[in-house]
Structures are given as C-alpha cells and as structure tokens.
Write a new protein. Structure first.
Length: 349
C-alpha cells in the first residue's frame, strides 16, 4: 500500500488531481477485500486494483464522473444472480466502493499520501481515517487523516470528540466503519510495524530477503562476511549490517516485540551463538533453520549453559511451515509463511 500512496503523492505534487477508489465494505466472495484501493487519472490510466474485470471498468467510469463533478460517490456492487452474470462474475458477494477526488491544490492530501509512503521506516502502527461523505457536501473537502500512534494526526482535521471515538479503535487487521456523531468514517490499518532480522547471508537468505520485502516486512541482513552481506547480493534489503563477529552480533540492535529473528547462518556453532543472544531479547518471533536432530543438539548445549525450557519453547525450529520444502526458494516460502502467521498473531494480540 505504501507504494500506491507514494505514486499518489508524486502525482499530487506534480499538480495532477487523482481519484482514489476504495472498497469500504465487502461481504462474501467479492473480488477484493475492504481496504483495497486503486488510483484513476484524468486520462483513464489506473494504478493498483480493486478486482479487475467489468467491476473495475464500471468503477473507472465512475471516477471520470467524479472528475467532472468534483463530488465523491459511493456505489454497491452485487456479485450474485443476474448482476453477477451481467458482470461476468460468479463470486457470490457484494462490495461497496467510495470514489473520491484528491485535489492537488490541497497540501493536506499530499501530506497524508507522503506520510503513508514513508511508513516503511516507521516502527509504529498507523491507520488511515477516511470521512465517507458524498454529493455537494463532499466538494473541496479534505477527507483523509493519518493516525500514527504516538504522533499528531496529519491531514483532515479531527475534532477532540472524533479522536476520542476513533483512536481507541486503531487495532487489529480489518478495516471498519465507525459512526461519530452524524459522520461515518472508514478506519483501515495501513502499516504494521515489523522488522525481520536475517542472520546469515547465504543462498536461502537471498531468497528470503526478496520475499520478506515483498510482503512488507522491513528486512535487515546480518553476517560478518562483507563479501556475502552486501547490496549487490541483497538489493531488496532495507539494511545490511556487518558485525565484527556473530558471537556478539546483537549488541547494537533495537529488538522489540515487533521484531522477527530468522537464524540461517553458515553452521551449527554460529546458529547456537545467535540463538543464545536472541533468547535474551523480547523478539516477537525467533526461528532457527535445521533438522530436529540439529535442534536437539543445540538445545542440549544451551540447557547446559543455563537456558531454561521456557525460553527454548519460544523458538520455531525446524523453521517454517511444513510444505516438504527442499530448494532455497521453497524453504524461503515456508519461512515467510510462518512469519506471516506470526505477524497475524502479534497484530491481533
């Protein structure tokens, strides 16, 4: 989502108005979930998707009407019965969309979009608040605000009453509609803090870093070999760190509950050294590659050093979802699947 808002902020800064189409409610098997978005430009070009097909084509035509009138619109689409057959869909659900004009002349629109595009460097939850208003009332009105925990909201001004009603609801993974007074707001999470620390810079790590970045984790690579840990081998990584040695590689890291530690070093001794350090942190996820036999060998040595069973129980090892993975690519997929599961559990609390 950050990339879509980066595109939107660039367009607005270039003095180009943009229509943003959002799915604000969804039931059953609609093409995309609530919160899905796309941008439509005056020339008909689109960025992103809300599901494709005739559904998206009709939404794009609505966007052109919004460009002409300057007034936001909502529309409910049914994907069942005669409506579905007429739209070449058999999904069996419905979706409501909000079609809104973001004018480039309002700096608040740029501020919100730019703030969302910058969230990849943020270690805090952030929610986009959209005021659902249509018709004459919607003309020349700022309708979006970004709430980031611990920071002042940006964009649309929110009354104290609205903030008291909305901010406590900024949790979980699902968008929701909330009524405050006579106004309806769509609240949707646009960023979850989460940084994956990949210890080891081998073949599996290369594939893993690509996938973790692809599913919106911040990604850091750590290895004491600079010929392995470098931007040429890890172009997608947000951070590449080269500690003096792996035995003391976490001393300068800011590990938190929203941190994910993946241990895939070049040998058992290094894995054990990193795991011993990881168990001293409050990381939300700790995973170590290897067979059950390797795991038990390392665990036994850690027990002898004083590590308790309760601490070892935090570790996911063998790492990843069991999909009988063999290649580096397959192993990376299994690990990322488990990371996504862990992120869901952490967000839902």
């Amino acid at each position: 989502m950050e990339d879509l808002f980066l595109t939107c902020s660039n367009l607005l800064e270039d003095c180009e108005d943009v229509v943003m189409i959002s799915i604000i409610d969804q039931e059953g098997s609609a093409p995309r979930t609530a919160g899905s978005k796309m941008l439509v430009l005056r020339d008909g070009a689109i960025v992103g998707t809300i599901g494709g097909g005739i559904f998206e084509a009709q939404a794009t035509r609505m966007a052109q009407e919004v460009f002409r009138s300057g007034r936001a619109m909502t529309e409910v689409f049914n994907f069942s019965g005669s409506d579905a057959s007429g739209m070449d869909m058999i999904c069996g659900g419905k979706a409501e969309i909000f079609v809104d004009l973001l004018r480039s002349c309002f700096p608040e629109n740029v501020t919100v979009c730019k703030a969302i595009s910058d969230l990849k460097r943020c270690d805090q939850d952030a929610w986009l608040i959209t005021k659902i208003v249509t018709g004459l009332e919607s003309e020349d009105q700022i309708k979006q605000a970004l709430i980031t925990k611990g920071k002042k909201p940006v964009g649309m001004p929110l009354t104290e009453e609205d903030r008291e009603a909305l901010e406590p609801l900024c949790k979980g993974r699902q968008p929701l509609q909330v009524k405050s007074g006579e106004t309806i707001y769509l609240m949707e999470p646009v960023h979850y803090p989460g940084k994956v620390y990949i210890f080891g810079a081998g073949h599996i790590s290369q594939k893993l870093a690509y996938l973790t970045s692809f599913v919106d984790f911040q990604t850091a690579i750590l290895d004491d070999r600079k010929e392995y840990a470098n931007a040429r081998r890890f172009p997608q990584a947000d951070q590449i760190l080269i500690p003096e040695n792996m035995e003391n590689c976490m001393k300068d890291l800011q590990i938190s509950k929203s941190s994910y530690i993946v241990i895939v070093t070049r040998g058992h001794a290094y894995d054990m050294a990193v795991l011993a350090q990881a168990l001293q942190t409050n990381a939300g996820y700790i995973g170590m590659i290897g067979s059950k036999r390797k795991r038990e060998t390392i665990y036994q040595q850690l027990r002898q050093s004083g590590i308790q069973e309760e601490a070892l129980a935090r570790v996911h090892s063998p790492i990843g979802i069991n999909i009988d993975a063999e290649t580096p690519e397959e192993i990376a997929v299994s690990i990322v699947g488990e990371l996504i599961q862990a992120r869901v559990r952490l967000i839902d609390g």
